[in-house]
Design a protein around this ligand. Structure first.
Ligand SMILES: Cc1cc2nc3c(=O)[nH]c(=O)nc-3n(C[C@H](O)[C@H](O)[C@H](O)COP(=O)(O)OP(=O)(O)OC[C@H]3O[C@@H](n4cnc5c(N)ncnc54)[C@H](O)[C@@H]3O)c2cc1C
Length: 459
């Protein structure tokens, strides 16, 4: 008897997509599997390559584990192929039994305060994409401000603040692109101000990220005694939560530190609710106006009515990421995710108006769950999605052209300059060779055309 075969498309070669492929291939099942992984970038690994900060080599090292999965050779990669433009849902239905969307989230969530659109006001995601050498972002970044603000109290806010405050020569051993290093080296920044609405015991960043700030060479950490007048809820959080305990300990140590010698300062402002980005009259950022908040006794905060202002010439909002809609796939605009039940995509039934499963379509990672959590969380996420995919065998699509060759014919027929795993190896080696010439581990190739040409062995 011939066994069933699952031809699976996964859209998104970030950690979520790669883990999903790996988990399915290793899962107990009574059918064969053949997986094609599509990504609109010519390089895999998603935000591990284009989000994780370059001075976090330990986290970037997760790429080694993801690479081992790809190098096993049982997953085909089609890079430089964008779902919604180069391929559609109809195409996938024609060639596969099912699709998993693992397209993550790359846009900045919005922050609706007056002045947020002034010149000099940026989204953290755009800045991150620039310093991580994302091919679809401008290569120039205006770093002209002496005083800069960062709104947010999560790990991305701290990444942005650290990258702005760190001396460029200390980033040289990392994989930052040459243009990024040159721009940071010329930055006149002296003060970076980080603003959080709540107190030190309610932050979203992790102790490791915080501690790193205190290790920056020639950068003073400036914190304010007025932020440490804890109420009962804050004291309970310190006593009852290990993470909060460590964060508090780090901050308390910094309170005792001598400051005044460093050429740069990184200020942490807690209980500071941004109200307005103030204009200089010519449409440029001149200051951040914020309201001092106070604990409300229940773990939250309330405004005190006390308004303060700090002059600055640039501001970055790091208030979260947001997923993007995909053509033909349901999308929850509010949360920026594909609506789903444990990874099974849900659609609205036209007749009944009720929500029901969209057969053959699954989601995993940040586009399934929203942009929270670390890389490791995408693994448990993928397990849940794969469990349903396996159990749904009876509801898979029945493609008319399921052969592996037919997909290549389709891409070739459309003139798409797709890249494959060998191509990624070529690009990877090329980047490492560029790095070796300057005694660095890697120098990223940034322009998309160049990435594709190197991958396809055309240069
Ligand atoms: C700035 C920043 C720093 C971070 N630092 C850390 C850290 O230090 N440690 C940690 O554990 N986690 C960190 N994270 C979190 C981590 O990056 C995420 O948990 C993880 O990347 C989410 O994986 P994902 O696969 O769902 O999405 P992604 O990593 O975003 O991958 C999605 C993939 O889908 C592709 N794609 C999107 N749209 C399409 C389309 N239409 N067609 C084809 N392909 C498409 C993208 O090109 C991308 O390759 C960080 C996140 C950010 C934003």
């Amino acid at each position: 008897m011939t066994r069933n075969k699952l031809r699976l498309a996964i859209v998104g070669a970030g950690p979520a997509g790669i883990y999903a492929a790996d988990i399915l291939l290793k899962a107990e099942r009574n059918f064969d599997v053949s997986i094609d992984l599509f990504d609109h970038l010519p390089a895999p690994y998603g935000l591990v390559r284009y989000g994780v900060a370059p001075d976090h080599p330990r986290i970037k090292g997760i790429i080694t584990a993801l690479r081992e999965v790809l190098d096993r050779g049982d997953i085909r990669i089609f890079g430089n192929v964008r779902f919604g433009e180069d391929i559609t849902l109809e195409d996938l239905k024609k060639h596969y039994n099912a699709v998993i969307f693992a397209t993550g989230a790359v846009r900045d969530a919005s922050l609706n305060i007056p002045g947020i659109d002034l010149e000099g006001s940026y989204g953290a995601a755009d800045f991150v994409s620039w310093y991580d050498g994302h091919p679809d972002y401008p290569r120039e970044w205006p770093l002209e401000a002496q005083s800069v603000g960062v709104i947010g109290n999560g790990n991305v806010a701290l990444d942005v603040a650290r990258m702005l405050a760190k001396h460029a020569e200390d980033l040289l051993p990392t994989e930052i692109p040459a243009n990024v290093h040159a721009a940071l080296a010329a930055s006149p920044v002296t003060d970076v101000h980080v603003f959080g609405r709540r107190g030190p015991t309610s932050v979203k960043f992790t102790p490791l990220e915080l501690r790193e700030l205190g290790e920056l060479r020639d950068v003073d950490m400036i914190i304010h005694d007025e932020d440490f007048d804890y109420d009962d809820a804050a004291r309970a959080a310190v006593a009852g939560n290990k993470q909060v305990f460590v964060i508090d300990k780090v901050l308390q140590q910094w309170r005792q530190r001598e400051t005044g010698q460093a050429s740069r300062r990184l200020h942490l402002h807690f209980f500071a609710k941004p109200l307005e980005v103030v204009s200089d009259g010519d449409g440029r950022v001149a200051a951040l106006r914020y309201e001092r908040t106070a604990p409300d006794g229940e773990g939250g905060v309330v405004g005190t009515g006390e308004i303060r202002e700090i002059p600055m010439q640039a501001i970055y909002r790091a208030v979260g990421y947001h997923g993007s809609p995909l053509k033909g796939i349901p999308f929850d605009k509010k949360f920026g995710v594909i609506p789903n039940h444990e990874g099974q995509v849900l659609m609205r039934d036209k007749e009944t108006g009720q929500s029901r499963q969209m057969y053959g379509v699954y989601a995993t990672g940040w586009i399934k769950r929203g942009p929270v959590g670390l890389i490791g969380h995408t693994k448990s996420d993928a397990m849940e999605t794969i469990k349903h995919l396996i159990n749904d065998l009876g509801n898979w699509w029945r493609p008319e052209s399921p052969s592996e060759e037919s997909v290549i014919e389709m891409l070739e027929g459309r003139g798409i300059r797709w890249t494959d795993l060998d191509g990624w190896h070529r690009l990877d080696e090329h980047e490492q060779a560029l790095g070796a010439a300057e005694e660095r581990k890697r120098i990223k190739v940034v322009p998309r055309d160049e990435m594709v040409a190197i991958s396809r062995g055309e240069v």
